[in-house]
Design a protein around this ligand. Structure first.
Ligand SMILES: C[S@@+](CC[C@H](N)C(=O)[O-])C[C@H]1O[C@@H](n2cnc3c(N)ncnc32)[C@H](O)[C@@H]1O
Length: 252
């Protein structure tokens, strides 16, 4: 391929200030494809369970192309059956993660990922003379919004000062002849992931239910309310049902 100027409709710079403050220059698609074609990376993009994490995702230039490549593999391997396609495309989606500092970029990245997923799924549904399913699209939205985090990769913190949290979507029943996939969701901080810490299956960092218990005070007949925090954990669910975020009480 010759070194022609970049396509004029590809915007790689937003402003000088953003370049100075955040080093924001987006990578042209041509360069991205060259990089993703490198040995091992090319194979990883074709492997539905290999995981990608982009620490400075921008609007998702790399992540979108990784998703495109994985979605092509889903069609190749599972395109003959729409249920299988739905399950394996969500699995492929669940392996792609990103961190981005700036709010507008992080939001655009989420939208770009969803657009790629939606268009690929819609095309498959048409091929099968069927309609896209709300539960599949809702699950795709839930996965993307959890996998693309706004935050600072250097401090590992989100804008509210809390640790960046990611969910692992571990497939627990992958069989060659299987049509549906169940996943176990477990939450990790970005720091946990980088330090190689292993959590209990289903661990949740963000969810606990606050319940009020009334303890009867026998001396003055007054009811005293005490707050108790119940720790919740994610339960294994079909990947097409992750949007429900189903949990159960730990030891409940
Ligand atoms: C050179 S751009 C690359 C964006 C994208 N990877 C691409 O190739 O198009 C760098 C991006 O990193 C973001 N960024 C800068 N510092 C960051 C940090 N500490 N943590 C996460 N993202 C950061 C910027 O906002 C910008 O979107």
């Amino acid at each position: 391929m010759s070194d022609l100027p970049e396509s004029t409709n590809e915007k790689i710079i937003k402003s000088k200030i953003r370049i100075q403050n955040h080093g924001e220059v987006f990578t042209p698609k041509r360069i991205i494809n060259k990089m993703l074609d490198l040995p091992n990376i090319r194979e990883a993009c074709q492997n539905l369970t290999s995981t990608f994490l982009e620490p400075a995702a921008g609007e998702g230039a790399f992540l979108v192309e990784v998703l495109n490549r994985k979605m092509k593999m889903v069609v190749k391997n599972y395109g003959d059956n729409l249920i299988r396609y739905e399950n394996y495309s969500l699995l492929a989606l669940s392996t792609i993660y990103g961190v981005e500092l700036l709010e507008d970029n992080a939001q655009k990245c989420v939208m770009n990922m969803y657009q790629v997923y939606y268009e690929a799924y819609q095309q498959q549904a048409i091929q099968h003379d069927a309609k896209v399913k709300k539960k599949v699209l809702d699950s795709a939205k839930l996965i993307i919004s959890n996998n693309i985090a706004q935050g600072n990769f250097l401090t590992k913190l989100a804008p509210d000062g809390n640790p960046i949290v990611f969910s692992e979507w571990n497939p627990i029943n992958l069989r060659k002849d299987g049509k549906t996939i169940k996943v176990q969701r477990t939450e990790y901080t970005l720091m946990d992931i980088l330090e190689g810490i292993k959590k209990e299956d289903g661990d949740s960092l963000s969810h606990s239910v606050v319940e009020q218990l009334d303890l009867f005070d026998s001396f003055d007949d007054e009811e005293v309310f005490e707050k108790e925090k119940k720790q919740m954990k994610y339960i294994p669910v079909k990947i097409t049902h992750v949007y429900k975020e189903e949990m159960e009480e730990v030891n409940g």
